[in-house]
Design a binder for this molecule. Structure first.
Ligand SMILES: NC(=O)c1ccc[n+]([C@@H]2O[C@H](COP(=O)([O-])OP(=O)(O)OC[C@H]3O[C@@H](n4cnc5c(N)ncnc54)[C@H](O)[C@@H]3O)[C@@H](O)[C@H]2O)c1
Length: 366
């Protein structure tokens, strides 16, 4: 199969669909790979890296789109890319169609065979191609939180670890999933005093077993959240209700009892955020202040560390991409139930229940 990867055109998106190492794997499996000149530069991969891996460089995105049988990307196609969609083309990328009617229509009308990273689902319900980005966001959230506590960034001037004779920062992590666990790992490493809140007692038990008395776990009742948030220098919002908006667990009324310059890193912002004043920000202006409290609410946190994120993403997506390339989509999706769940548009029909529901379009069972 001819596989292609192009430079992302979305504002501030620096990741790329294929690393040179993934290129080598596709070639090793007997496929050929095309890449748009400079596609990987923002992730730290030069044109030579791709050429040395065996890929062929083309000057423009349109040449790559037109000559490839499968395009491997990071973000959904933007309107400027809709013209490249065509019958039979395989598109393997994050799509998030339920929030994007124009793209859903464009994929259906063009009969582009569309596989979305975010709906590939394992038997236990976990989402292997979303997980690496949550890992990045959780770890980065801890770092950003520590940074914005610093006075020059407007913070309260608390050093996350404290020093001998001075208290460590108090941190509350709300939601002990992938983001929460990864933030916790970093914050414990940095020496913060962390309380983790979740409604899932199994997760709290697991973390309690893992960290013992180095952390505190707490059931996520509104009472406990209020108490913890008011006492905290840093709050990490990391809740997810699958398929729903994030609950507004952090009330504005708590802010007056927090130390001015305390920080809320609202990782769940891509689902609407966990505070009553949540609004998404971008990397070029990532924070805003409400009642003296700093809010960090970047909706694509992994974009700040594209090199790490691109490699982590490829580690998760390569396996399913190879299945498609080796066997063709029809056979591959019958061999792999997780991959089948990733198929969102097949032969001009919507095959993802969530997307069909969102736009009231008929579902095709595959
Ligand atoms: N901003 C970004 O760049 C970025 C990147 C990755 C993920 N995210 C978002 O971060 C959020 C968390 O993702 P995840 O991968 O960790 O999800 P996850 O499913 O692994 O974890 C979510 C956790 O929230 C818990 N939860 C549900 N309701 C709760 C409540 N009322 N109180 C406390 N905990 C509750 C669940 O029990 C679960 O443990 C999601 O909204 C995700 O979309 C954002």
């Amino acid at each position: 199969m001819i596989i292609g990867t192009v430079k992302e055109v979305k504002n501030n998106e620096f990741r790329v669909g294929l690393t040179p190492s993934s290129v080598k794997e596709y070639i090793h499996h007997g496929h050929s790979v095309l890449f748009e000149m400079n596609a990987g530069v923002n992730s730290g991969f030069s044109n030579e890296d791709y050429i040395n891996a065996g890929a062929k460089m083309l000057k423009t995105a349109s040449e790559v789109w037109n000559a490839s049988e499968m395009i491997v990307k990071v973000k959904e196609p933007l309107e400027s890319e809709f013209g490249y969609l065509r019958e039979g083309l395989l598109l393997y990328t994050y799509l998030h169609l339920a929030a994007n009617e124009p793209l859903t229509k464009a994929l259906i009308e063009s009969k582009t065979q569309s596989i979305a990273y975010e709906t590939i689902e394992l038997e236990d319900g976990s989402l292997p191609c979303l997980k690496p980005m949550s890992e990045v966001a959780g770890r980065l959230g801890a770092i950003e939180g520590a940074k914005y506590l610093e006075k020059p960034f407007g913070g309260s001037g608390v050093l996350i670890s404290g020093v001998p004779g001075v208290d460590q920062a108090k941190v509350a992590i709300i939601g002990a999933g992938v983001v929460g666990e990864n933030a916790l790992k970093m914050l414990v490493g940095m020496g913060a005093r962390v309380t983790v809140l979740d409604i899932n007692l199994k997760k709290l038990t697991y973390l309690d077993d893992l960290y013992g008395n180095r952390i505190q776990t707490m059931y996520s009742s509104s009472d406990n959240i209020e108490r913890c948030v008011k006492e905290s220098d840093l709050v990490i919002g990391a809740v997810l209700l699958p398929g729903a908006k994030a609950p507004k667990l952090i009330k504005r009324s708590y802010y007056k009892d927090m130390r001015p310059g305390s920080v809320i890193v609202d990782v769940a912002i891509d689902q609407g955020g966990s505070t009553e004043v949540s609004k998404a920000t971008y990397h070029d202006n990532p924070i805003y202040v409400v009642d003296g409290i700093i809010h960090y609410t970047v909706a694509n946190m992994p974009g700040a560390v594209p090199r790490t994120s691109t490699i982590a993403l490829n580690n998760a997506t390569l396996k399913y991409g190879l299945l498609i390339a080796d066997d063709g989509l029809d056979i591959a999706m019958n061999r792999s139930e997780p991959l089948k769940k990733g198929v969102n548009v097949y032969q001009g029909h919507c095959t993802c229940p969530g997307v069909c529901e969102a736009f009231d379009i008929p579902l095709m069972e595959i």
